[in-house]
Design a protein around this ligand. Structure first.
Ligand code: PMP
Ligand code: GLN
Length: 386
């Protein structure tokens, strides 16, 4: 009898997500939670007020399948305003229950059983599970430390006759790497040559501190083969609202919508108009979000360096990956489980983002989307390790 007799083979090997597990550990021990990425302050007041007004105003029944038109228009305006991308709100945008649902629906819709999905490794945790639920197989393409740079030849070598799509993520969780134009061009070249689709997860699009965010759909030959995914959780600090979206050519978005209909049908009726308000906020909102997080990044990275970690200073996202070899012989997982008792801080082992966990055992991930005083307190506590 297997250990978990009811779990289907497609989900064998998947347990409680490490983020939930580590947040539970933080709650249990009272440690500062720099594990799961969620801010400790709410997003803009105007956006919260718009959600309250929508609830009071009766926007509480099923919204339209693709999302309310006003939000789809706001998403189209946002894509044009920030990235110069033109999308038709009527046919080329789908509102989803967070980026998570958009990603899963995309893989369910676009993959045949036994297809291969190439993804950058370390790999955000939901990708492998989503591929597996779609009957597909995730094939990792390594971003190598210390710089977490993509080797285009290894991407090219990973393509087989079974490869259906490339699942990208930039800015990249957990490393904080931001794919450069050169890296994106190399990926685009392979995709065009081998006629692959691209699903690109750009939830950290507004959190870039060095370099620039370039949506891969803006590169020649890419718009017609790319589903671009993002969400409101990170950009507006309302991770619990779960409003996300997928944009791209009508035929691809139609496929994703077909899968999405039978996952949640629709979601978040009163949050949809509120996120439309958020997407229309002035440029200063987006600039301040970025500069505030850039400062937080430096506070945490400096603290980690003084505590003896080897820090890869991230160009984007709100995560930093830190090498632990100067501090311990333990692997990252064991080290993270001992960290609350040793110094009252929770982090996430990088090993969970690898197909073979030993590959990531030398590093752990911290988030810096917390108040400055919390980051300073954490940095002070971590000094106990040095
Ligand atoms: N992709 C990445 C890379 C993420 O870090 C997250 C994080 N939370 C998600 C997708 C999921 O986003 P959402 O909460 O909108 O589902
Ligand atoms: N994306 C967040 C992280 O990487 C967590 C979201 C989740 O718990 N699924 O920490």
């Amino acid at each position: 009898m297997p250990d978990r007799p009811y779990l289907s083979a497609r989900l064998r090997g998947f347990g409680t997500t490490i983020f939930a597990e580590m947040s539970a550990l933080a709650a249990e021990t009272g440690a500062i939670n720099l594990g799961q990425g969620f801010p400790d302050v709410d997003g803009p007041r105007a956006v919260a007020d718009a959600a309250i007004a929508a609830i009071r105003g009766g926007q509480n029944q099923y919204p339209p399948g693709p999302g309310i038109l006003d939000l789809r228009r706001a998403i189209a305006d946002h894509q044009r305003r920030f990235w110069g991308i033109q999308v038709d709100p009527e046919r080329e945008i789908l509102v989803t229950a967070g980026a998570t649902e958009a990603l899963t629906a995309a893989l369910l819709a676009l993959c045949e059983p036994d297809d291969e999905v190439l993804a950058l490794e370390p790999t955000y945790d939901s990708y492998r599970a989503a591929a597996s639920m779609a009957g597909a197989r995730l094939v990792p393409v390594s971003l190598r430390p210390p710089g977490y740079v993509l080797d285009a030849d290894s991407l090219r070598r990973a393509v087989t006759v079974r490869t259906r799509l490339v699942l990208l993520n930039s800015p990249h969780n957990p490393t904080g790497a931001v794919l450069s134009r050169r890296e994106l061009e190399a990926i685009a070249e392979v995709c065009v040559e081998r006629d692959l689709l691209v699903v690109t997860d750009e939830v950290y699009e507004h959190m870039v501190y060095e370099g620039e965010h370039i949506p891969i759909s803006t590169l020649p030959g890419m718009a017609e083969r790319t589903v671009t995914i993002s969400s409101a959780g990170k950009t507006f600090s309302f991770t619990g609202w779960k409003i996300g979206w997928a944009t791209g050519p009508a035929a691809l978005v139609d496929a994703v919508r077909t899968a999405k209909q039978f996952l949640t049908y629709v979601s978040g009726a009163p949050f949809q108009p509120a996120i439309a308000v958020g997407l229309r906020l002035a440029d200063t909102y987006f600039e301040e979000l970025r500069s505030d997080l850039a400062h937080k990044r430096d506070v945490l990275c400096n603290g980690l360096e003084s505590a003896g970690f080897e820090v890869y200073r991230p160009a984007g996202t709100y995560f930093v990956t830190a090498g632990i070899r100067r501090l311990t012989d333990e692997d990252g997982d064991t080290f993270c489980r001992h960290l609350p008792a040793r110094c009252g801080v929770v982090a996430v082992p990088t090993s969970v983002f690898y197909e073979h966990p030993t590959d990531g055992r030398d590093a752990i991930r911290f988030t810096f989307c917390k108040r400055i005083e919390v980051l300073e307190d954490a940095a002070h506590r971590l000094k106990a390790l040095a």
